[in-house]
Design a binder for this molecule. Structure first.
Ligand SMILES: [Zn+2]
Length: 367
């Protein structure tokens, strides 16, 4: 399971020769091994690293079991360095061959799907799960006092009241409150121990709000979402819900980012949209964050010496004045250039607003 130590090793990787970084989506529900191997082969065609390609193909032929949703690989055959991380969340296909491992997408994955703490709550107790990158790391449970439904007086005759208040005695209320408090304390300890960074709560609306109010403020602020679910749900059902919420949250974050970039560019602020302006900003090394639609590819031209990009075959390199050469995917080179000069790349999934402005946009550095 990929953790911070793996990430640190990659960050500290001392690359004196180029290293191949591969992100491959292999969701079993969306395709089979043959289809994914073919796609990988096409992605690797653009890369001139025969030894690494051989190592990677051997891994997919003999080691990878194709049961996971994604796999991330770093290979530098020259230095005998090879790391493969099967991951249970979806990644977007990317291949980079650079003088450093491309770990930005991996840090984004850890941000989005690392350290999930999930609680299923009812009036008597809680079930707790710790998921990391789509895998179960730990689970525990806590069970309080049984709620005895001793209906007294005329309360049970009250109709039309929701949520079990009808017929609920003061004694029951106190028991429920004690149980909730105990569950919340237990959950807080569990979150702490499992280095939880995002909290998700499953149960009925009533129970969720009772539990939430007992949870220490620090953990309340980390609640990513809530969802209805049965107390007896399997851990894979729980995980499915948690990932759904995580993905929806991520899509919303992307939508907000796209919106901000488009609005800022329209006002003449520190942002650009569309291919031409974005390429200019990349060539000028002004890009802070590059936004590209997931399936946006485009042929173009690049300077073999400095990486200058243009969609005009007649235009020589603005920096070296050299003749540019054709590239089968200028967008991939654009992403590489941005990463190389310290910027970020966000691959945006299904966003019609970004499609409308040409599938590419960027925020610019100040000054
Ligand atoms: Zn040049």
């Amino acid at each position: 399971m990929l953790n911070q130590n793996d990430l640190r090793e990659l960050m500290d990787y001392d690359a004196t020769s180029p290293i191949l970084s591969i992100y491959l989506n292999t969701e079993p529900t969306k395709g089979n091994a043959d289809a994914y191997k073919l796609r990988l082969r096409n992605m690797l065609k653009k890369i001139n690293a025969p030894k690494d390609v051989e190592v990677v193909e051997r891994y997919f032929e003999h080691e990878y079991d194709w049961s996971g949703r994604s796999v991330v690989i770093f290979s530098c055959a020259e230095k005998d360095f090879f790391r493969a991380f099967p991951i249970e969340v979806a990644v977007r296909d990317l291949v980079y061959y650079e003088n450093h491992p491309t770990i930005k997408p991996l840090t984004a994955l850890l941000d989005d799907f690392g350290g999930y703490g999930v609680v299923l709550i009812d009036k008597q107790g809680a079930r707790l799960f710790s998921f990391h990158l789509g895998e179960l790391r730990e689970q525990e449970g806590v069970l309080g006092e049984t709620i005895h439904h001793t209906k007294k007086g005329g309360a049970s005759a009250v109709h039309g009241q929701r949520g079990g208040t009808a017929g609920q005695t003061r004694y029951e209320d106190q028991t429920i409150e004690r149980n909730m408090k105990e569950s919340a304390d237990f959950a807080a300890k569990f979150f702490e121990m499992n280095k939880t960074r995002k909290v998700l709560i499953g149960g009925s609306d009533d129970n969720i709000s009772l539990f939430r109010s007992q949870l220490p403020k620090a953990w309340q602020s980390l609640i990513l979402g809530t969802f209805p679910i049965s107390m007896t749900a399997s851990h894979s059902e729980v995980l499915k819900k948690a990932i759904e919420i995580g993905e929806a949250y991520e899509q919303e974050r992307e939508a907000k980012l796209v919106n901000t970039v488009i609005t800022t560019a329209a006002k003449g602020g520190n942002a650009v949209t569309g291919l031409e302006e974005t390429l200019t900003a990349i060539n000028n090394r002004q890009v802070d964050t590059l936004l590209i639609s997931k399936d946006f590819h485009k042929e173009g031209y690049h300077c073999p010496t400095c990486g200058f990009l243009t969609d005009d075959p007649a235009e020589p390199c603005m920096v070296c004045n050299e003749k540019t050469v054709p590239s089968s995917d200028m967008i991939e080179l654009a992403a590489n250039n941005v990463l190389r000069f310290g910027g970020d790349v966000e691959v945006i999934l299904d966003n019609p607003d970004l499609e409308k402005v040409g599938n590419i946009a960027a925020t610019l550095r100040y000054g």
